[in-house]
Design a protein around this ligand. Structure first.
Ligand code: GTR
Length: 423
């Protein structure tokens, strides 16, 4: 049993790496001719030319379309949340940071779901700090070798878990010191706490706290729930005296990149939204039919999108929307899309073009998006208001990626323009 639990945990730790089936198209010359739905043309044919029309008419229309056809509708009802500090260390990471562990208890329909946030706040700070918010895959204990970090509540259900879990401590580390030394706080949580990532996860997820869902084919599932959870983390962060509520950065990798974009589209408190290799259903244009496709993703992961999305399996050209419209909903806030050359499954060019075709929404605000349809070369980041980079290597979040994100956020927030008092 211990061996089984250990193998299961290793699978969870490395869940973000994936096989690329041979039937997928990786040949640019076989990308079909496609026409993207025009970003600025409303369903009634009116063409948007002002911020006012965009915000009043087109933006809500696109939000509805994406909710009904792809991610599911986020219920309006609220669940109760309480917070308990269950761990605290003012001298974590060799004194660099204050660590807190905050247990969120969500209550609704007579049930409870628990989720554990792991928080690091830079000790050297003068005033409020910008905050990275992002889910981890393998559990809080796996992203650091800090022995005080507790196991995420999702793992409570595993039998005989402790010794097996202990062996995965620190196996999928985040560069916490690098981020904290740059003056940023980090708040992370295991995404499985919010919705266990499997086809039978719904009853244990936060979905079970809401009244019976009547949205039919447009009902939300895991991606909608993860997006909702990011907003609940933001609720807590915004109440903390050390946090700058105007400098919230939402970061997500892969399936969490998809969730981050959907969260950023709905919740305008996220001032920067970072999609790291989010691929199909994330930043990549579906109509390119390159790498992972709608049919494959909706059959491998039937619990991610709303059921309506699967009707476009093998019918991407019939989609009434595409992913550039999701990215455009982040405007006028900061958007960063990043790819890896070795991650063709996520379609780097499709991710770049998604951001490029979102740029007209930024232009309405007089902001510079991506100005050329040609992708930059490897390791040549573009840091306009909409940012993009592609690096060598496989599907992952590397130090290279984090350094670029930190540089971009410094720029977005005007950090480093004058000497920083705390450095
Ligand atoms: C893959 C999936 C991708 C991506 C990835 C991940 O199996 O096909 O869409 O989300 O998982 O999250 O690591």
């Amino acid at each position: 049993m211990k061996r089984f639990v250990f193998l299961l945990l290793i699978t969870i730790v490395f869940t973000a790496s994936h096989a690329q089936p041979s039937e997928a198209n990786y040949d640019e010359s076989r990308v079909p001719h496609y026409t993207l739905p025009d970003l600025l043309t409303c369903q009634d044919g009116t063409v948007v030319t002002s911020v006012r029309e965009w915000e009043r008419h087109r933006r809500p229309e696109l939000l509805r379309q994406l909710a009904d056809g792809e991610y599911g509708r986020t219920p309006k009802g609220r669940v109760r949340v309480s917070y308990d500090i269950v761990g605290q260390n003012a001298q974590a990471l060799n004194g660099l940071a204050t660590q807190q562990q905050v247990l969120f208890t969500f209550t609704g329909q007579g049930r409870q779901v628990k989720a554990l946030a792991l928080v690091y706040i830079p000790n050297q700070r003068s005033g409020r700090v910008p905050v990275f918010i992002g889910y981890n895959f393998p559990g809080n204990h796996a992203i650091t070798d800090d022995p005080e970090v507790r196991f995420s509540p999702f793992f409570e259900r595993l039998p005989d878990k402790d010794s097996a879990l202990e062996r995965t401590r620190g196996m999928s580390r985040w560069p916490l010191s690098m981020i904290l030394e740059r003056g940023y706080a980090v708040v992370t949580m295991c995404y499985n706490d919010i919705y266990p990532d499997n086809a039978d996860g719904a009853p244990q997820s936060i979905l079970s706290l809401f009244p019976a869902n009547t949205d039919g084919e447009a009902r939300w599932q895991a991606l909608g729930a993860w997006a909702w959870g990011s907003s609940r983390i933001a609720d807590w962060v915004c109440r903390q005296s050390w946090a700058d509520a105007h400098k919230l950065i939402l970061i997500g990798h892969s399936r969490q990149g998809k969730a981050a974009l959907w969260a950023g589209a709905q919740d305008t408190r996220f001032e920067v939204v970072i999609s790291n290799e989010s691929g199909c259903g994330g930043a990549a244009l579906s109509k390119r039919e390159f790498g992972e496709r709608v049919g494959r993703i909706t059959s491998s992961f039937p619990h991610w999108f709303c059921p309506a999305f699967s009707q476009y399996a093998g019918r991407e050209q019939q989609l009434p929307f595409d992913q550039h419209q999701l990215l455009a909903l982040i405007a006028p806030r900061h958007l960063y899309v990043a790819s890896a050359e070795g991650d063709q499954w996520s379609d780097p060019r499709g991710e770049y073009l998604g951001a490029y075709h979102a740029s007209p929404a930024y232009a309405l605000y007089g902001l510079r998006g991506l100005t050329s349809s040609d992708m930059p070369a490897l390791h040549q980041p573009i840091h306009n208001h909409v940012a993009y980079h592609i690096r060598a290597g496989r599907h992952d979040v590397t130090d290279y990626d984090w350094q670029r994100y930190l540089d971009y956020c410094d720029h977005a927030f005007g950090i480093g323009l004058s000497p920083r008092p705390h450095l």
